[in-house]
Design a protein around this ligand. Structure first.
Ligand code: SAM
Length: 279
């Protein structure tokens, strides 16, 4: 494995199998451990993320380093945050063997609880990751809210979660995650990914989600007020807004903000939710 890895700087299915066996690992479903084992998919992610020499990249959940290798090989300086300490000897070995360890700072920690502000400092970062699927939506939404220097994202997520985050008003999948994301950023699915590129294979389908943070926030209402209205409206998404939001706004106020009080939550764009949140 060492000779091939130092030459190709990519992990293949047999190499991941060998690492799992040699480091006595049992991939954890709770931690979403499905490792990428197809170099072509790694290269595609790096390309779609537009990673270039000298970029600063955050990777959440590097696992055994499949994607980390691609990012570092493209010349990025990578901070890789991994929650499972049992994976760390494996990824260290991988990066050292490939001669790319100097481009990667490995942080052992839970990305949901990390002191992000200290970690990212004042620089702009790309986030490129094959995210742990069980925390991907809260992770993306919390980091968009709390860390303005994370500007561009290319992340692999469960396809359903990605579709919900990227959905536009009126679509079947449009809901709370789509509207909350719309406050901070725009998002779209740029590709889908077959289960066959992972070891072990996940039961769900995967997609690549591109997120671009708005350079200037288009909504001037405070986020907390916006989020309260959105959650309240969607909690009764079949009802008209004049009913679902009756505890927070009158029908007259909605009309004054240019929103039809007989419409339903899923019909309003983020900008319209923003107008309501200004009242
Ligand atoms: N990037 C690797 C790849 O593509 O082969 C692994 C991706 S795997 C889908 C998700 C990774 O996230 C696992 O290595 C898992 O241990 C890690 N992980 C899960 N929850 C995490 C958390 N809260 N913070 C940081 N890492 C986490």
């Amino acid at each position: 494995m060492a000779a091939e890895l130092s030459q190709t700087r990519r992990l293949t299915r047999p190499m991941i199998g060998e690492l799992i066996e040699r480091h006595s690992l049992t991939p954890s479903r709770a931690l979403g451990q499905n490792f990428l084992c197809e170099p072509g998919t790694v290269d595609k992610i790096v390309r779609l993320a537009g990673v270039e020499e000298g970029d600063r990249v955050i990777e959440i959940g590097p696992g055994l380093g499949s994607l980390t290798l691609g990012l570092a090989d493209a010349g990025a300086q990578v901070i890789a945050i991994e929650a499972d300490r049992y994976l760390l000897p494996g990824i260290r070995e991988v990066l050292e063997t490939a001669g790319l360890a100097h481009r990667v700072s490995l942080v052992h920690g839970d990305a949901m609880k990390l002191d992000w502000t200290t970690l990212v400092g004042g620089h702009d970062w790309k986030v490129v990751a094959n995210l742990p699927y069980n925390v991907s939506t809260p992770l993306i939404l919390d980091l968009l809210r709390d860390q303005p220097t994370l500007t561009d994202w290319l992340v692999m997520v469960q396809q359903e979660a990605g579709e919900r985050l990227a959905a536009g008003s009126g679509s079947r999948t449009y809901g709370i995650p789509s509207v909350l994301l719309g406050y901070w950023a725009s998002a779209r699915i740029v590709d889908t990914v077959s289960n066959s590129v992972f070891l072990p294979r996940p039961r769900v389908s995967s997609a690549l989600l591109k997120v671009h943070r708005h350079e200037t926030l288009p909504i001037s209402a405070p986020f907390d007020r916006y989020a309260t209205l959105v959650r309240t409206g969607f909690n009764q998404r079949r009802k008209m807004l004049r009913r679902s939001l009756s505890a927070l706004l009158t029908a007259e106020q909605m009309t004054a903000a240019g929103v039809d009080p007989t419409s339903r939550a899923e019909m309003l764009t983020p900008a319209q939710w923003g107008s309501l949140a200004l009242l």
